[in-house]
Write a protein that binds this ligand. Structure first.
Ligand SMILES: NC(=O)C1=CN([C@@H]2O[C@H](COP(=O)(O)OP(=O)(O)OC[C@H]3O[C@@H](n4cnc5c(N)ncnc54)[C@H](OP(=O)(O)O)[C@@H]3O)[C@@H](O)[C@H]2O)[C@@H](O)CC1
Ligand SMILES: Nc1ncnc2c1ncn2[C@@H]1O[C@H](COP(=O)(O)OP(=O)(O)O)[C@@H](O)[C@H]1O
Ligand SMILES: [K+]
Length: 515
């Protein structure tokens, strides 16, 4: 499946470009779309007592008229319920003129057991909450538990944000065209789509390429070319060295989780940087991971000079306050740009919260030319602390919020949750969809921060490292399943890594860090 996600506006542009390039005109694309849908209905519901096609006023409704015609000609009992006539001169009007099935008003829609519903009320053009006749149909279908085949999107779901406008169908299967839209992956849209099928309706790949899309699904194909792989003659410090800041004596576990995850992700060396009062607690629980006392800024500078670390994690269990801010700013002031020095800082949890009153200080430090890459890993609560205005802006989707935050902070933002979004200040963004609710367990985020830092330390660019880290973390949680606790996650990584490395060499490129 392709990675690009097209906003409804980009999809409309793709339709326009495809029509201009040929060979299909608008009604040609619509017929292809209708055939794709009818094929699914016939294959999945051969025993349907009756198929009810619900047609809206736009081109989504146009697809419905094509479907109704094909199904009737295939011998299926079809009812066609329209919310109104299609706009004169539109492709939908052509499809309606060509459809032999009589229409009935949507407001009178009725259905019974054994029936199947094809939802072609609204797709990409949904612009407001469903009107009363559509809302009544949604309620009736839900009450009767009828299967719904949604065309493009379940009506009521925004293709941009995945949000429900008023109410929405919960589809059994959704068929979209050419490429998926963000609303197919963002929640609750993803849940309400049911099974998602992407049908080829004759829009050439070159048309999509011309759009220079910057939004993707987060899957290995997005980043595996830059996934780090050790050279035969490598040594441990060439595989990257991660420093993880530990909290005080009573909160050291989170840093050790991050440290272990960084090591499991392939970093050659990992050092926990511990305040004096926590040295004993840390020492008692570390084996392969190194330990160094860091109480003051001078200790950090000593570590930077002596051990040449390539990435840091700051935040898990660290405590909120001046010390977190000072260490963060010191790390961001180090680094000599690409290729050497400190390549990145993953700022998580308390590290993020520490800047709630002075976010500008953090953002300015990250924007300094030559500064290490800043990766922020907020969950919803932390996001609202650092980016209150963006968090409150209801016009933005989770994707839009992550992008705006990344631009404001000059950072890569991993906006966590069941539909984690990764956004870079350069405009690229990815939506993650391979997670599972088992990941909602204390310490899970600490592990994610460690994986991302481990990958950055090995030379992976920050956006790719963030995407790879989120995917590996989610995959580990999904494959482990019930009973997962955060301690299990680092140990669950090796099978995932083995799978990545067993991909054919051409699909991993030469596996060296690269663009
Ligand atoms: N040739 C092509 O381009 C192809 C297109 N294809 C298909 O076209 C679909 C996109 O078509 P579309 O742009 O016409 O949008 P669509 O979703 O039908 O709705 C727009 C209409 O609904 C109205 N409206 C919106 N929300 C409303 C509400 N809640 N309650 C009431 N009214 C509401 C809106 O009104 P307005 O916002 O303008 O006031 C407008 O009149 C796409 O999803 C795919 O299925 C495929 O066939 C492939 C080829
Ligand atoms: N329902 C869910 N489905 C998939 N992933 C989830 C879900 N809930 C949480 N996660 C993931 O689990 C991790 C939790 O991180 P975080 O909230 O920081 O927890 P902690 O602070 O306890 O480590 C994040 O990566 C998040 O995306
Ligand atoms: K629809």
């Amino acid at each position: 499946m392709t990675l690009e996600l097209l906003t409804p506006a980009e999809m409309a542009e793709a339709d326009r470009l495809a029509i201009a390039a040929g060979p299909f005109d608008g009604i040609g694309l619509m017929r292809n779309a209708g055939w794709a849908v009818a094929t699914v209905v016939l294959a999945r519901f051969p025993g349907a007592r009756r198929v009810h096609v619900l047609a809206g006023p736009g081109n989504n409704g146009g697809d419905g008229y094509v479907v109704a015609k094909i199904l009737q000609e295939s011998g299926v009992a079809v009812s066609l319920w329209a919310s109104g006539p299609p706009r004169t001169g539109s492709d939908a009007a052509l499809a309606a003129d060509d459809c032999p099935v009589p229409t009935k008003p949507l407001a009178e829609f009725e259905a019974g057991p054994g029936d199947v519903v094809v939802d072609t009320l609204y797709g990409a053009g949904l612009s407001k909450p469903l009107a009363s006749d559509a809302a009544r149909a949604v309620a009736l279908v839900a009450a009767k538990g009828l299967p719904v085949v949604a065309v493009d999107l379940p009506s009521g779901i925004s293709g941009d944000s995945g949000a429900v406008l008023g109410c929405a169908f919960a589809a059994t299967v959704t068929i979209t065209f050419a490429r998926r839209k963000p609303g197919h992956l963002l929640l609750p849209g993803r849940d309400l789509c049911g099974e998602l099928i992407v049908a080829d309706i004759g829009i050439a790949p070159a048309v999509v390429e011309a759009l220079a899309v910057k939004t993707f699904e987060n899957r290995p194909a997005l980043w595996r070319r830059s996934f780090p792989s050790p050279a035969v003659d490598t040594h441990k410090y060439r595989r990257g060295h991660v420093g993880v800041f530990s909290g005080g004596a009573s909160s050291t576990g989170a840093a050790r989780l991050s440290a272990l995850a960084a090591a499991r992700s392939g970093a050659g060396a990992v050092t926990v940087l511990s305040p004096g009062d926590a040295m004993q607690a840390n020492a008692a629980h570390l084996t392969a991971i190194m330990l160094r006392q860091v109480d003051e800024l001078a200790d950090l500078h000593g570590f930077l000079a002596d051990r040449r670390p390539s990435a840091f994690v700051l935040g898990p269990g660290f405590g909120v306050g001046d010390r977190a801010r000072a260490f963060t700013l010191a790390v961001l002031a180090s680094g000599s740009g690409a290729g050497s020095g400190v390549e990145g800082l993953v700022l998580d949890a308390d590290g993020i919260t520490s800047f709630r009153d002075e976010p500008g200080q953090l953002f300015a430090a990250a924007a300094r030319p030559g500064a290490p890459a800043l990766v922020l890993t907020p969950h919803e609560g932390e996001f609202a602390r650092l980016f209150p205005a963006i968090a409150e802006d209801d016009s933005l989707s989770k994707l839009g919020k992550a992008r705006a935050a990344a631009a404001a902070a000059h950072a890569v933002v991993i906006y966590k949750g069941a539909d984690t979004v990764i956004a870079s200040f350069d405009g690229r963004a990815a939506i993650n969809a391979n997670g599972a609710p088992w990941l909602a367990t204390a310490g899970s985020g600490d592990v994610l921060a460690g994986i991302v830092a481990g990958l950055i330390a090995q030379g992976m660019p920050a956006f790719e490292a963030a995407c790879a880290g989120v995917w590996l973390h989610a995959e580990a949680g999904s494959r482990f399943g019930p009973g997962l606790i955060a301690e299990d996650l680092p140990g669950a990584l090796p099978p995932m890594l083995r799978d990545l490395f067993s991909l054919p060499p051409q699909s991993r490129s030469d596996c060296r860090p690269g663009p």
